[in-house]
Design a binder for this molecule. Sequence first.
Ligand code: LLP
Length: 423
Amino acid sequence: MSAPASSILNHVDGVLHMEDVPLPVIAEAVGTPAYIYSSAYIRTAIADIRSAFTGMPLTIQYAVKANSNLSILALCHAEGCSFDIVSGGELARLLAAGIPTDGVIFSGVGKSVEEIDFALKAEIACFNIESEPELERVAARAEVLNIRAPISIRVNPNVDAQTHPYISTGLKQNKFGVAPELALELYQRAHAHDWLDVAGIDCHIGSQIGNVEPLLESLSCLLELVDQLAAEGIALHHIDLGGGMGVTYQNETSLDMDAYGAGVRQILGARKLALMLEPGRSIVANAGVLLSRVEYLKPAAEAGAPSFAVIDAAMNDLIRPALYQAWHDVLPVNRHEAQSHVWNIVGPVCETGDFLAHERELALEPDSLVAIASAGAYGMVQASNYNARNRACEVLVDGGEFRVIRRRETMADQLRLEQELPG
Ligand code: LLP
């Protein structure tokens, strides 16, 4: 499932297609840069997770943060997912997509009073509590609003996810969750509280994890607590293992989902616990490309100097290379006769950090289209208006059809918040 998107991206007669749609047709229709996603990939990725956990009572809580486009949310809902949110904004997106909120779980270290009230009124399934004061705040708001709050404690198991430090979240030096000893105390307090319902336990140790071992180690850590709580008469309904399943961008091995499923089945044993996962990246990363056009070619002036292909997408569209030194494949859209050459693929933003890829051998000409691969997760959601650039549009492909699922931003959109001021 997490293989590069070769199954949905193919050259047919020298032209790159997503599913059955030639990418130049989309570029012609909507312009560039444009994010383009495959419905088929998303459906398959969801089905593959399910099949790895066959026979277990699994709910897939798609992590909205990975790609929060309303149509992507609707597609995940249609495929039976529920959702993991980390803000009131993400809850508002689910409501705007017409998705029921009773299966939603709410993670994140900084839930505001407004966000907690919003989620209580939306009757979400669970608050993943990340600190002692947050537990107090949720309890207090539940009492004020007269709505009971289902809670889970996010445990920080102090396990090294062996991933990029910015996206590692399960070590005790990270801001996330609480240590197991404190979790135990918080459960006792929550159990005795009139307005809190103890529902489950959760963790999320990081993102882009390639090995099952740290994930299974975290599960064992959580189960120790589950058993301890059971002995004290506090029964949990669910265990939520978070997201983090790694995918292939370059030549990393993606997380072995079947091994993960088998490991979880074995470690859970006979315990009667509903299971939740919060995958984001593994569902959408390789479903998407960022389609862009070459503006200028700047071949090296002297031997040994770099050559630059300046494209119309930039770090404001896809910040992952600049922020995490992330590697994204760059695929030629039209295979043509131009001589291939080693290019640094850069954008128009005025920073040396504005690059999409370094040293890629490609046959490019002015106006060539390129597809930056594996861009479906943490791409558009992290886009900004830096350099006053309008954010790209988004397109969803399904078989031989495609439709715009977010129109390209305009200057009027950007200016509205500063021009429409009172007085
Ligand atoms: N659950 C929680 C509580 C999370 O914080 C995250 C991601 C997920 C689930 C989903 O994890 P996934 O399955 O997507 O690995 N912007 C970074 C990734 C940040 C991930 C943050 N948390 C990137 O572009 O690599």
